[in-house]
Design a protein around this ligand. Structure first.
Ligand code: C2E
Ligand code: CA
Ligand code: CA
Length: 326
């Protein structure tokens, strides 16, 4: 994932001038070694830092992560799961042509009484390293269990909900069949579920993973490649796997207006997807100009703060239920 140095510099400057304790953010990065390539992303995606435009407010809120000198360990994350401190937020996705709401992406949130709001990048990595990512999945299904019926049918048109799966989960030979039964018990149609896996997940694909993906698609679940353009999977996967669509990584969307190369890359991805009959979600859309360019380039779906931030179901019901749905 490309680094966003300016954001990090900006945040670090504020951090060091306002709260010396915040230096422990750096120790988090140093300890969570697989995150190292994502250091800047981790800082810049701290939910509070995004959600509160005022720097002072952002830092006061984000300091919650730094109150405790030690960063969360996997035992802390598991303890948080045990005490039901995890929730799901849902980010709206709209049709690029007419702005119609088409679905949501479910994003896990951990608000710890001890650590404050913790980035999913951090706790997902911790759980993955310790072989406990399945515990998060169980927690997610518990939350989704009550929210999915309202999300898929409560906004007028039938909508989809996209769930993120990490590579390790796909190594569980029972994953897709258990999930299929879980959906059936709740009478949720597979066609209302999208599964998102990162492009780089496919780098080490094996028969267990491919069997899981195959079973998902047989249940009508659409498979999406996340963070497309940043991984190393190779384009052959697009014809070998039952992929329904691609999610163009936010880093390309960010520089669409300023970097001709990124503009060309997005054009090439959309042209290729279109000729292969794949759909395209552009994620991280923050400006009107990006929205217009992405629509003109042929993106089918848009997701980003411009359209709506990830939010709990009840808040989405207030914001979106009142909007006309085409
Ligand atoms: P992702 O799947 O690529 O999710 C998109 C991330 O971009 C989310 O960050 C979302 O809040 C953020 N985002 C969306 N639109 C915008 C925008 O316009 N501007 C900016 N600055 N950010 C935007 P979040 O929620 O912090 O999640 C980070 C990553 O953590 C996710 O990246 C995903 O890889 C992982 N993750 C989150 N929830 C889960 C989960 O339930 N399971 C698994 N396995 N991974 C998860
Ligand atoms: Ca995703
Ligand atoms: Ca993504």
């Amino acid at each position: 994932m490309p680094c966003r140095t300016p954001t990090r510099n900006r945040i670090d400057t504020q951090v060091h001038s306002q709260n010396a304790n915040f230096a422990c953010i750096d120790s988090i990065h140093t300890r969570i070694t697989p995150c190292n390539k994502d250091i800047y992303r981790l800082v810049s995606t701290l939910p509070e830092a995004q959600d509160h435009p005022s720097p002072a407010h952002a830092m006061n809120q984000s300091t919650a992560l730094a109150i405790d000198a030690a960063p969360p360990t996997v035992a802390d994350v598991l303890d948080g799961l045990l005490h039901e401190e995890f929730t799901l937020n849902y980010q709206p996705q709209v049709d690029a042509m007419d702005g119609r709401l088409v679905g949501f992406e479910a994003l896990a949130r951990w608000h710890s009484p001890r650590f404050g709001q913790v980035s999913p990048l951090l706790f997902v990595n911790l759980l993955e390293q310790a072989g406990h990512i399945h515990d998060l999945w169980d927690g997610i299904l518990t939350c989704a269990s009550s929210d999915l019926p309202a999300l898929t049918t409560g906004f007028g048109n039938p909508l989809h909900v996209a769930l993120n799966l990490s590579p390790q989960q796909l190594q569980d030979p029972e994953l897709s069949s258990r999930f299929g039964h879980w959906l059936a018990r709740r009478q949720i149609d597979g066609s209302q579920i999208h599964i998102e896996i990162t492009e780089s997940t496919l780098l080490n694909s094996n028969s267990t993973m491919l069997d899981n993906l195959d079973r998902f698609t047989r249940d009508g679940i659409a498979l999406w490649l996340d963070d497309f353009g940043t991984g190393y999977s190779g384009l052959r996967h697009l014809r070998e796997l039952p992929v329904a669509g691609l999610k163009i990584d936010k880093s390309f969307v960010d520089r669409l207006e300023s970097d001709l190369d990124d503009f060309r890359i997005v054009s090439a991805i959309t042209a290729m997807a279109c000729s292969l009959g794949l759909k395209i979600v552009a994620e991280g859309v923050e400006t009107e100009a990006q929205m217009q360019m992405l629509s003109q380039l042929g993106c089918t779906t848009l997701q980003g703060y411009l359209i709506g931030r990830p939010a709990p179901l009840d808040s989405l019901q207030q914001t979106w239920a009142s909007r006309p749905i085409n």
